[in-house]
Design a protein around this ligand. Structure first.
Ligand SMILES: N=CN[C@@H](CCC(=O)O)C(=O)O
Ligand SMILES: [Zn+2]
Length: 410
């Protein structure tokens, strides 16, 4: 399969293939070529450049992009797309004044989703989840991480991870799987410590045997798991080859960022609350901070202080956190816009955070996240727009003309 995209108004996020992520002031640069061409062969980007250098005789399909821009698909490095049912009831409880914490304390929240998921068959869970995956692909997501964590027992956690594996085998989008058994302490266990032991002794070995996960996650937060639970679980996961990617600092800073960095976490996610110690711990590390503005928007909690992170020379990735409780949306376009509107990120910073840095945060930076030779042709073609800044500016509008995965129109 050979294809050429011609007369591209602006080809956005062109990079050398070996750039893993961008940080600090470099995040404010978004390399582009105006009036460009792009060649795809067998699903991969093989060449691109200015129309002045466009091959005259091309033996393959020609896609005319006059007036339209092309950028790499969004890389959503933090989702919980596999879940059963919904939590609109709790949404109304919050409208009526209850907080996320109060709802969780009265048996709602993650435990509510776990009850529903335990009663749902693997086939039904796949059916419900695939519609969400299809929806986010249409909205321009071209690589995604999906977590377990609504099972909270061996059988149900394995069910979730098998559904993630089946989605990966069924759809042309790269999917990374994360084991988040330590999402909350289920009613079946008296303490966080005993549940962590159960996960390590009974669940992890089975996940490793079936090769169901790439990453290990934990909700390191007051009322959920502390830093010693976190250290113990991450260490055990690493022995099975699972790299940590963890939930930290959503409501309280309890030392989870330092713990994550100590265990060489690929990413630390949420960070709505951030201390100087956290910022210092991240400096010089290989850990990507990840902000989830959809969650801040939906729960009316603070936004991750992006300026503090970036102005301290750190990188930042953006993800949706698509889940039934704190962010029931997988729309990366909204995330990119909200990062600009509420977190004072520039369009360049926001697009870098949602593409190349998101790819790094799920270990896919060699495959996706930029327009680079040898990477997958996972692309967004925009409608007619004047500038890429129009994407976050025009929040809520659908500016996507078409999406391509592996060079094929979806
Ligand atoms: N904070 C922990 N986990 C999810 C929310 C889970 C839920 O409420 O169902 C999150 O990332 O926001
Ligand atoms: Zn999450």
């Amino acid at each position: 399969m050979k294809k050429i995209f011609k007369n591209i108004k602006e080809l956005i996020q062109i990079r050398e293939s070996d750039i893993s992520y961008v940080s600090g002031s470099d995040m404010n640069t978004l390399p582009t070529i105006k009036n460009a061409f792009l060649i795809v062969k067998d699903g991969l980007i093989t060449d691109f450049g200015s129309m002045d250098e466009c091959p005259y005789n091309f033996d393959g399909e020609v896609v005319d992009c006059t007036g339209k821009m092309i950028l790499p698909s969004w890389c959503d490095s933090h989702t919980h797309i596999v879940y059963a049912g919904n939590r609109e009831g709790e949404f109304v409880d919050r409208i009526n004044g209850l907080s996320y914490e109060e709802i969780a304390n009265k048996g709602g929240g993650i435990l509510n989703s776990a009850d529903k998921l335990q009663q749902t068959s693997e086939e039904e869970l796949f059916e419900q989840s695939k519609h969400r995956l299809e929806e986010v692909i249409k909205m321009g997501t071209g690589a995604v991480e999906i977590k377990s964590g609504y099972g909270l027992n061996k059988e149900a956690e394995l069910k979730m991870l098998r559904v993630i594996k089946k989605l990966n085998n069924t759809y042309p989008i790269p999917i990374k799987a994360t084991f988040l058994g330590a999402h909350a302490v289920p009613k079946t266990h008296k303490s966080a410590a005993s549940y962590i032991d159960y996960l390590i002794d009974d669940v992890l070995p089975e996940i490793a045997k079936e090769g169901l996960a790439d990453y290990i996650d934990i909700f390191c937060e007051k009322g959920y798991f502390d830093t010693s639970d976190t250290s113990k679980l991450l260490k055990a996961g690493q022995q099975y080859g699972l790299t940590p990617k963890i939930h930290v600092n959503q409501f309280n800073a309890i030392g989870g960022v330092e713990t994550g960095v100590k265990h060489k976490a690929l990413s630390v996610d949420h960070l709505e609350v951030l201390t100087n110690t956290d910022v210092e711990a991240l400096k010089g590390s290989t850990t990507m901070p990840v902000a989830l503005p959809g969650c801040s928007f939906f729960l009316s909690i603070p936004y991750t202080p992006a300026r503090t992170l970036i102005d301290n020379g750190l990188p930042l990735a953006l993800a949706t956190d698509f889940n039934p409780g704190s962010s029931p949306s997988g729309n990366m376009n909204f995330v990119v816009a909200t990062a600009c509107i509420k977190m004072n990120m520039t369009p360049e910073e926001s697009i870098n955070a949602a593409t190349i840095n998101g790819a790094y945060a799920m270990g896919l930076n060699q495959e996706v996240g930029s327009i680079s030779k040898g990477k997958k042709a996972n692309l967004i073609i925009t409608k007619f727009i004047n500038s890429y800044g129009y994407i976050p500016y025009s929040f809520g509008s659908n500016l996507i003309d078409s999406v391509y995965l592996n060079g094929l129109k979806q």
